[in-house]
Structure formats: C-alpha cells, structure tokens
Design a protein around this ligand. Structure first.
Ligand SMILES: Nc1ncnc2c1ncn2[C@@H]1O[C@H](COP(=O)(O)OP(=O)(O)O)[C@@H](O)[C@H]1O
Ligand SMILES: [Mg+2]
Length: 282
C-alpha cells in the first residue's frame, strides 16, 4: 500500500460531501450520457512525440520520442528535474504547443491535426486544467466560476450539477461568495470543480499544491485521488513534490526530454530517491 495515499484520501473523503451522497461511477456514467461526444473510456495516448525549439542552427529538443498511455480511471504523476520537459509535455497535451512529430490522442481524436478553433474547443470541453495559481475570476461568484467553462462552450448550465460538484469538492457553502473571501485551499477546490464541470476526458494539474500549506495540500491531494477513485476521472499531475506524486498510481520520470522509467505504487521515499538520482545524472 502506498504510504500517504490511502491515509490522505481517507482523511479527505471523511471531510468531503458533508450531508451529501458521494457520486458513484454510475452517476458519472449517467451524466456522461448527456454528452455523446465524450469518449471517456478511451485511453489518452501520446506516441512518438518530439518537440524542438529554435532554428535549424540552434535547435533544442525539449521532448524526444515520448510514449505515454494514460488509461481511463488512472492517476499518473510526471516528475523530472527542472528543464526536463514537463511543462512542454503538458502544453502539447493542451494543444498550446505544436509537436514536431508524433500523435496525441484524446477522446478518439489526434489533436495534433486540429486547427486553432478546434483546439480551443478541445481545451474548453475535453480537458480540465488546474494550475498552481487558482486562476479564478475575482468578479464572479464561486458558482459562476465553476460554470464558466459551460458558458464559454455555449452549453446549458445545470445549477443542480454545479451545486453538487461544489459539495463534492467541499465548497458547497460558498457558492455565492467571491474568490477573495475563500482560503487558498478552498479556491483550489473551486478550481477543481471548474475543471470537472464539463466532464472532461482528462484532468491536467500543474503543481496544484505548489502554493498551499501542508494541511491544504493534503486536502487537494485527497481530492485528486477521489476524482479518480470515486468520480472515475483520469488525472495527469505535474509535480516536483514526492509527497504529492506518492498519491498517484504511477510516476513517470522525464530527463532531458526523454522518458526515463516509471514507478508504480512507490512511496514518497522511493520517489524522492529516484528523482535525486535522475537530477544528479543529468
Ligand atoms: N518557448 C520556448 N523556447 C525555447 N526553449 C524552450 C521553450 N519552452 C521550453 N523551452 C526549453 O525546453 C526545455 C524544457 O522546458 P520545460 O518543459 O519548461 O521543462 P520543465 O517544465 O520540466 O522544467 C528547457 O530547456 C527550456 O528552456
Ligand atoms: Mg515546468
């Protein structure tokens, strides 16, 4: 059993959903029925992905020949020394960077073939993103922040669903407040509800605990775990924190833009040792 994972998730689950039934996978599937375009059971696959920056004379390969499959209902952490290509990989998955070669399949579509309009639609409806800085809109209420992706996508706003999601992540009592009236941990929970509202194929979290104290980090990590275990989502987490990575099912390591092995079910100590070893050899 992974040290930290069960403890954290268990603790958080106890703190979540007060007076509210936890959504089951069947609830989620029923909800998915509303969106026939959602291919949530297909793996997200990255194949032969390479990305370079610069000109012919100064070309620098930020990613080389990356292979990565992210199964449905799985939780993968990406780790590696600074400059190893983590952010570039996320940006490629979000369609913010165009790879030189390779394919990225999300929801049955190779996104490397999409134009800017289609990529914007993909980002709005098929991938949920959570950043280190919560990126909530200060002038909007919590409820309106959560439903914003639906509004941007021109989709019907189901107030009941927004309320249920807010309760699931533990901010049900704050729906009419503004972000500034919430703690950092609460704001990050709102960001998670916003990422989940479109029922995306993939949730991408870029250092989501980077700005939080230990207690709030534990809540967010437990939330990530429960998004996968209880809501059946698929999560890709970029982190430099072995404690955060230990909550994932597996940790994929990058070094100098290449895949450099992975660990499954490893504890914090083993992840930290592997990371140190990678950093020293790069
Ligand atoms: N827009 C860019 N132009 C030039 N080089 C870049 C650009 N983005 C990233 N790089 C380079 O690619 C490498 C990988 O960067 P990045 O993906 O940000 O690494 P990480 O997130 O693991 O720290 C680094 O050497 C970085 O300097
Ligand atoms: Mg980075």
């Amino acid at each position: 059993m992974r040290a930290g994972a069960g403890v954290t998730a268990g603790r958080v689950r106890g703190g979540l959903c007060r007076g509210h039934r936890e959504p089951t996978v069947d609830d989620v599937k029923a909800h998915r029925g509303e969106h026939p375009g959602n291919h949530a059971d297909q793996a997200v696959t990255v194949s032969g992905l390479s990305k370079s920056f610069g000109t012919d004379t100064t070309r620098f390969w930020a990613l080389t020949d990356i292979e990565l499959t992210v199964a449905p209902r799985s939780f993968t952490a990406i780790m590696g020394p600074s400059g190893s290509g983590k952010t570039t990989l996320l940006n490629c998955l979000l369609g913010l960077e165009k790879p030189d070669t390779g394919s990225i399949r999300i929801g049955g579509t190779d996104i490397t073939g999409l134009d800017e309009t289609q990529l914007a639609e993909m980002r709005r409806s098929h991938v949920g993103v959570v950043f280190q800085s919560y990126n909530l809109i200060p002038s909007l209420t919590v409820a309106d922040n959560i439903s914003l992706p639906l509004r941007l996508a021109g989709r019907r706003i189901d107030r009941g669903r927004v309320r249920d999601l807010a309760e699931t992540v533990g901010v049900g009592a704050t729906l009419e407040r503004r972000p500034a009236q919430l703690s950092g941990g609460q704001q990050q929970r709102v960001a998670f509800a916003r990422a989940l509202v479109t029922d995306p194929e993939l949730i991408v979290a870029d250092e989501p605990t980077g700005a939080l104290d230990t207690a709030s980090s534990d809540v967010v990590l437990g939330l990530l775990r429960s998004i996968v275990t209880d809501l059946g989502q698929r999560v890709l987490l970029v982190t430099h924190d072995p404690r955060a990575a230990a909550v994932a099912d597996r940790v994929v390591f990058l070094r100098d833009g290449r895949r450099h092995g992975e660990l499954r079910g490893a504890d914090e100590g083993r992840i930290a040792a592997t990371l140190t070893d990678l950093g020293q050899r790069s």
